[in-house]
Ligand binder design. Structure first.
Ligand SMILES: NC(=O)c1ccc[n+]([C@@H]2O[C@H](COP(=O)([O-])OP(=O)(O)OC[C@H]3O[C@@H](n4cnc5c(N)ncnc54)[C@H](O)[C@@H]3O)[C@@H](O)[C@H]2O)c1
Length: 497
């Protein structure tokens, strides 16, 4: 065992004593991020004991990843007992095949995450529930002295993002990684480093390309398959809903059994998610923040969409594209529909475009986006500046890595700004930081601020509003907006964040 205090000396980042507050009792009730909780010290295992909370398709992927890291998986928790049993079997099978890594039979199953949080021998939790649960469980875990890997978007709304950032700060040394793992990608780091080192001059515009906002809740009745709406005895659906309203069970929200697809209905539902703004925005807006150097700040103005493309009533009549975020230096970030590119930076001396496995750069000339430019940079036919690198698919020749490397060789050889480079991906980065007590790549500020951007976009669509924003305090500015838009009006069953 390593005493927490031995970590204090090693930590370059935390000057305050590394003694964590321990919330003690976990009956449901507000999980306030306040400083009033009693503070106790605790010891950590040298190899972290780890628990997984929420084991749907993403949680399963993370479990497989973390099993290969230097951790011991000792608990799995899901309100769906079939998924929970499946996860435990995966752990036992893994440890049977790899006896040096852990002990089969040592992993316990839980339905109620509070029992996991209450276990003092657990050092780290991975949270991959639907978004509406992220912040409550994260704050409870951080307050109990556990480190956290929480999926993106880090929170369900802006008030929760503030609460999570505060809870980690108050813990004086708690470690949190958000699952915005594009930051572990070579092509994304290259894009952000090119922009941050001024290789395309001053950034004037950014495009972030993903689907539309959340939709009003409805009963997900399927006339072709009424069985989808029958209660599922394997799921504690009251607990699945948590602080959100208790809605009618549907297989579309919480698919039966161990599924192999991403359930999209809760993501799109106002009550549980924030549409694609939270789902993919948490990736592409996050890369925009990285490139703009805005990880500890944000936009000062949100301009609502004026798109005239008619919206389906099932989408709540909400516009699906065109919200703009304006930053203090005048850079304008625009949300457009899914495209070849996830994030595109336009500067006074060129363009950098990036997506998973895709990278391009043009140089020499100022480039501003319009429909013609956007189409040309998708196809690679843009001739408004010198093409430095372009890779979107194998027909383009070469590789994504080759394209990004070409740009690095030309522009980043003596780069002053070098961005955080993970080794082995986001889960491995958290495990490293468990030991070093340094802040990981997508820490609570990075993840919390990215979540704020997601929710600013979403709320502009949902309420059809423009407003001014104070990125210091994460509040509305200049008499615009309404603070009530940043919170869930009511949390059910005392699950208040
Ligand atoms: N980083 C990425 O690229 C990426 C990709 C996919 C999903 N995600 C994120 O991962 C999270 C999970 O997504 P998913 O597609 O796996 O969803 P999912 O619905 O398949 O899985 C969520 C699981 O959480 C369980 N759950 C719900 N409430 C719970 C509670 N109170 N306690 C314990 N378990 C609970 C559900 O029963 C379910 O098994 C989401 O936040 C999503 O945005 C991230």
């Amino acid at each position: 065992m390593i005493n927490r205090r031995s970590f204090i000396k090693k930590s370059a980042l935390f000057s305050a004593p590394m003694i964590l507050p321990f919330a003690g009792c976990y009956s449901s009730g507000p999980v306030s991020s306040g400083k009033d909780a009693p503070v106790v010290s605790r010891t950590r295992n040298e190899i972290p004991n780890m628990a997984f909370i929420g084991i749907g398709i993403q949680g399963r992927g993370l479990l497989n990843n973390f099993l290969n890291q230097d951790v011991h998986v000792v608990a799995v928790c899901d309100v769906d007992k079939v998924r929970c049993a499946d996860a435990r079997k995966r752990v036992d099978d893994y440890y049977s095949r790899n006896p040096g890594k852990g002990t089969p039979g040592n992993c316990r199953m839980y339905r109620d995450f509070r029992e996991v949080i209450a276990r003092d021998d657990i050092d780290m939790v991975c949270i991959a529930t639907p978004d509406h649960w992220h912040s409550y469980i994260t704050i409870a875990a951080i307050k109990s002295g556990k480190d956290v890997y929480c999926e993106k978007p880090l929170t369900y709304n802006i008030a929760e993002a503030k609460a999570v950032m505060k809870a980690v700060a108050d813990s004086r040394g708690g470690i949190l990684q958000t699952g915005a793992m594009q930051r572990s990608g070579f092509e994304f780091r290259t894009a952000a480093e090119l922009v941050r080192n001024g290789c395309i001059g001053k950034v004037t515009h950014v495009d972030c390309n993903f689907g539309g906002p959340s939709r009003p809740h409805r009963d997900y009745e399927n006339p072709n398959n009424p069985a989808e709406g029958l209660p599922n005895p394997d799921v504690d659906f009251d607990m699945w809903c948590g602080g959100a309203p208790l809605v009618k069970y549907s297989d579309r929200l919480a698919p039966r059994g161990v599924n192999n697809f991403f359930p999209m209905f809760w993501r799109m539902d106002d009550l549980f998610g924030s549409g694609y703004c939270g789902d993919w925005g948490a990736h592409h807006l996050d890369i925009a923040q990285w490139g703009l150097g805005m990880d500890d700040s944000g936009p000062v103005k949100v301009i609502k969409s004026t798109s005239e493309i008619p919206s389906d009533p099932i989408l709540g009549g909400r516009r699906q594209e065109g919200v703009q975020l304006v930053f203090a230096d005048g850079a304008i970030l625009r949300h457009n529909p899914f495209s070849t590119w996830g994030t595109v930076f336009y500067g006074t001396e060129g363009i950098v475009a990036v997506n998973r496995g895709k990278f391009a750069m043009w140089h020499d000339k100022a480039c501003t986006p319009d429909d013609t430019v956007r189409e040309a940079i998708q196809k690679g036919t843009f001739d408004g500046a010198r093409k430095v690198a372009f890779y979107t698919r194998k027909e383009d020749g070469g590789s994504c890595e080759g394209a990004a490397t070409a740009a690095r060789r030309e522009f980043l050889k003596e780069a002053k700004i070098q961005l955080y480079q993970t080794k082995g991906g986001h889960p491995a980065d958290l495990v490293k930081c468990f030991k070093t007590r340094e802040k990981p790549c997508s820490n609570e500020i990075v993840g919390g601020r990215a979540a704020v951007l997601c929710h600013l976009c979403n709320l502009s669509y949902v309420r059809d509003v423009s407003f001014d924003w104070n990125p210091e305090s994460n509040t509305f500015a200049n008499g615009t907006g309404d603070a009530k838009w940043l919170v869930r009006p009511e949390y059910r069953n005392g699950w208040k964040v």
